[in-house]
Design a protein around this ligand. Structure first.
Ligand code: RFL
Ligand code: PHB
Length: 390
C-alpha cells in the first residue's frame, strides 16, 4: 500500500487533516486503533473558537454546526456566591465562540470522509511508524490478524497523548515540558436543560465547578474532585447535591437534575513536546501537547496545528516548497505556548489547591475582583477565551 500522507489517529485532528488534504487533492490514509463507535463515545470538548469554526467550514463540514451549534457572546464567573458576566463579544470587538460538542465535530468529519469514499482503517493493532528520518517512511500495522505495510511521503502523528508517534521519537531528539495538577474533573452529561444560557465557571471554597451544555436540552457539568476519587463513588444524587453546593442561590434553585448519560473523571495536565517535527514525522493535537480543560483550548489548538500542517503539505505538493514544512513546529509552538499559559493561569485562578490554604483563596478572590472591575484585565481574559489570532 502507498499514499502521500499516512495519518495515525482518527480523532478530530486526524479526520480534519484528512478532509483538508482531500480538498487539496492530496491522498491520505487514516489508521485508527479503535472502532468508530468507540471514538464517538468519548465525551470531551465543547467550545469552538472562530479559527476552528472557519477551518471546519473550509473543510466543508460546517453545515450542521451552524444549524445546531449555540453562539455564545459571553460567560459568567461565579465567586463569593455571585455571578459576573464577561461580555466577550463587546470586549473583543464582536467575537464569539460556538458551543458544539467534539462528538458532533467528529461525527460530521466521519460522515464527510465516508461520503467521499476516503480510506480509514479502524481497529488497527500493532501500529508502528518507521524510517521517518529518511525519505521513505513506513507505517506497519495489523488488521484482523494480517500484517500490512503503508509506504508514504509523510506521517502525521494525530494519535493523541497516549499514541505511538511521539513515543517513537528517540529520547535525545525531544524535550517534554509537563505540569500535573493535584485534582481531576468529574464530568456528567445529562438530558436536562442547561441551568443558564451561558457557561458558568465557579470558584468556591468547596472547589471548582463548570456549568456547560451541548444543546438547549443537554447539559454538561463538571466538578473539581480529588485524583483518588473513582466514578463509582459518585452517584447521580451525590453529584447534583455537590454541584448545587457550589452554585449561587439563583442557579441552585433553577438547576434541573436528571439521570446521567455519561460520567467520567479526567486528570488535569499541561504538557508540551518540542519540537513537533522529526524528519518526515509531524505531531499534531494532543499527540504534541495537552492543556487542562479550564480554558477550552485543547480541541482548538488541535485545529490550528492541523491548519498549519495542511497548508505545509499543500505548499510542498503544489509548489515543491518546504518552507511550510520547515517552519511547522515553530509556528505551532508559538500559539501552543500562549494557550498553555492561558489554560494554566485560568486553572490556577479557579481551582482549590490543597497546599494554598486560606491565603491562596483570598488571593484568587482578589484577582477575580480585579478581573471583573478592570477593563484591561477582562479584555485580556476575553481575548484569550475567544482565541488569539493565527
Ligand atoms: P484524540 O481525540 O485523543 O484522538 C487521537 C486518536 O488517535 C487514536 N490512537 C491511535 N491510532 C492508531 N494507532 C495508535 N497507536 C493510536 N493511539 C491512539 C485514538 O484512539 C484517537 O482516536 O486527539 P486529537 O485528535 O489530537 O484531538 C484532541 C482533542 O481530543 C483534545 O484536545 C480535547 O478533547 C481535550 N479535552 C478537552 N478539550 C477541551 O477543549 N474541552 C474539554 O472539555 C476537554 N475535555 C479533553 C477532555 C481530553 C480528554 N482526554 C484526552 C483524556 C476530556 C478528556 C477525558
Ligand atoms: C465542555 O462543555 O465540555 C467544556 C466547556 C468549557 C470548558 C471545558 C469543557 O472550559
Amino acid at each position: 500500500m502507498r499514499t502521500q500522507v499516512a495519518i495515525i489517529g482518527a480523532g478530530p485532528s486526524g479526520l480534519l487533516l484528512g478532509q483538508l488534504l482531500h480538498k487539496a487533492g492530496i491522498d491520505a490514509v487514516i489508521i485508527e486503533r479503535q472502532s468508530p463507535d468507540y471514538v464517538l463515545g468519548r465525551i470531551r470538548a465543547g467550545v469552538l473558537e472562530q479559527v476552528s469554526i472557519d477551518l471546519l467550514d473550509e473543510a466543508g463540514v460546517g453545515t450542521r454546526m451552524h444549524k445546531e451549534g449555540l453562539v455564545h457572546g459571553g460567560f459568567e464567573l461565579l465567586f463569593k456566591g455571585q455571578r459576573h458576566r464577561i461580555d466577550m463579544n463587546e470586549l473583543t470587538g464582536g467575537k464569539n465562540v460556538m458551543v458544539y460538542g467534539q462528538t458532533e465535530v467528529t461525527r460530521d468529519l466521519m460522515d464527510a470522509r465516508q461520503a467521499a469514499g476516503l480510506p480509514t482503517i479502524y481497529e488497527a493493532s500493532q501500529v508502528s511508524v518507521q524510517d521517518f528520518d529518511g525519505k521513505h517512511p513506513v507505517v506497519r500495522f495489523e488488521k484482523n490478524g494480517v500484517s500490512h505495510e503503508l509506504q508514504c511521503d509523510f506521517i502525521a502523528g494525530c494519535d493523541g497523548f497516549h499514541g505511538v508517534c511521539r513515543a517513537s521519537v528517540p529520547e535525545s531528539a525531544i524535550t517534554n515540558y509537563e505540569k500535573i495538577y493535584p485534582f481531576g474533573w468529574l464530568g456528567v452529561l445529562a438530558d436536562v436543560p442547561p441551568v443558564s444560557h451561558e457557561l458558568i465557571y465557579a470558584n468556591t471554597e468547596r472547589g471548582f465547578a463548570l456549568c456547560s451544555m451541548r444543546s438547549e436540552t443537554r447539559s454538561r457539568y463538571y466538578l473539581q474532585c480529588p485524583l483518588s476519587d473513582k466514578v463509582e463513588q459518585w452517584s447521580d444524587d451525590a453529584f447534583w447535591t455537590e454541584l448545587k453546593n457550589r452554585l449561587d442561590p439563583e442557579a441552585r434553585e433553577k438547576l434541573i437534575t436528571g439521570p446521567s448519560i455519561e460520567k467520567s473523571i479526567a486528570p488535569l495536565r499541561s504538557f508540551v513536546a518540542e519540537p513537533m517535527r522529526f524528519g518526515q514525522l509531524f505531531l499534531a493535537g494532543d499527540a504534541a501537547h495537552i492543556v487542562p480543560p479550564t480554558g477550552a483550548k485543547g480541541l482548538n489548538l488541535a485545529a490550528s496545528d492541523v491548519k498549519y500542517l495542511a497548508s505545509a503539505f499543500m505548499e510542498f505538493y503544489a509548489e515543491k516548497s518546504t518552507a511550510g514544512i520547515d517552519s511547522y513546529s515553530e509556528r505551532c509552538l508559538r500559539r501552543v505556548w500562549k494557550a498553555e499559559r492561558f489554560s494554566w493561569w485560568f486553572t490556577s485562578l479557579m481551582h482549590q489547591f490543597p497546599q494554598a490554604g486560606g491565603f491562596g483563596q483570598k488571593v484568587q478572590e482578589a484577582e477575580l475582583d480585579y478581573l471583573i472591575h478592570s477593563r484591561a484585565a477582562s479584555q485580556s481574559l476575553a481575548e484569550n477565551y475567544v482565541g488569539l489570532p493565527l
